[in-house]
Design a protein around this ligand. Structure first.
Ligand code: ZN
Length: 236
């Protein structure tokens, strides 16, 4: 193989590594996950807002419901006492008075209970609907995370094997040429060499001047001019 072939093989190896690395950082699954997480965060925020309103209502409702049940119990006890009572008229009168007071309180308490329930119910429905909206997203998120882990691992493995193939190709390039290649790769990224396609460097896409194209065409075998823009070695 000529030096040109060796350099081209090295350039292709580096371009492969770049392609697979880019694939790794731009997985469509990762993009989907980012969008999904945004949606889930918005749902979570709404859920917290509704819960912040619903929770005090629920506590107030429970308290009033306990009070209603206590009053109901008291009214029943008073009823029973009155029915069985052999007390005198004054005591009966006092019991009657207490009973109607308890019933008035009970009626107020039950009204309040209903009001709170009417306020709380729609919130509870909203919470349930937000949770069921988020449910498929939560499952999809789990799936995506698993897929991403697998893809990342297999791409990482591929990169390791591409790097070892790359090392073999680099070893085939004469040392001085390799060091020029590495310097321009460190500067330009991706690879240290490029081809010329339709008068453009296919590394940086710069259109070469007619003079540079002539220089490039006339370069003796085994010498490589640098791209005036990116500095990559221009292969014949
Ligand atoms: Zn270039």
């Amino acid at each position: 193989m000529s030096e040109t072939d060796d350099l081209r093989a090295l350039m292709e190896a580096d371009r492969w590594i770049e392609r697979v690395s880019a694939q790794r950082t731009h997985l469509p699954e990762s993009e989907e996950l980012a969008v999904l997480e945004g949606e889930l965060r918005r749902l979570q925020k709404s859920l917290l807002e509704v819960q912040a309103v619903a929770e005090p209502l629920k506590r107030a409702y429970d308290e009033v419901a306990r009070e209603s049940s206590r009053l109901k119990q008291r009214a029943n006890d008073l009823d029973a006492t009155l029915a069985a009572s052999t007390a005198n008229a004054r005591e009966l009168n006092a019991l009657q008075k207490e009973l109607s007071h308890v019933r008035a309180l009970l009626s107020q308490s039950e009204d309040r209970e209903l009001e709170l329930l009417l306020e709380f119910d729609p919130r509870e429905a909203e919470i349930a609907s937000l949770k069921s909206l988020a449910q498929p997203g939560v499952l999809r998120r789990r799936e995506l995370m698993d897929v991403i882990v697998q893809l990342q691992a297999s791409l990482a493995e591929e990169i390791v094997s591409l790097r070892s193939a790359r090392a073999a190709r680099a070893a085939a390039v004469p040392i001085e040429l390799l060091s020029r290649y590495e310097v321009s790769m460190a500067h330009a990224g991706t690879s240290g060499a490029a081809g010329v396609v339709a008068g453009r460097c296919d590394g940086c896409r710069l259109a070469l001047s007619p003079l540079d194209v002539d220089r490039w065409k006339a370069q003796p075998i085994g010498t490589f001019m640098d791209c005036p823009e990116c500095g990559r070695l221009l292969l014949p």
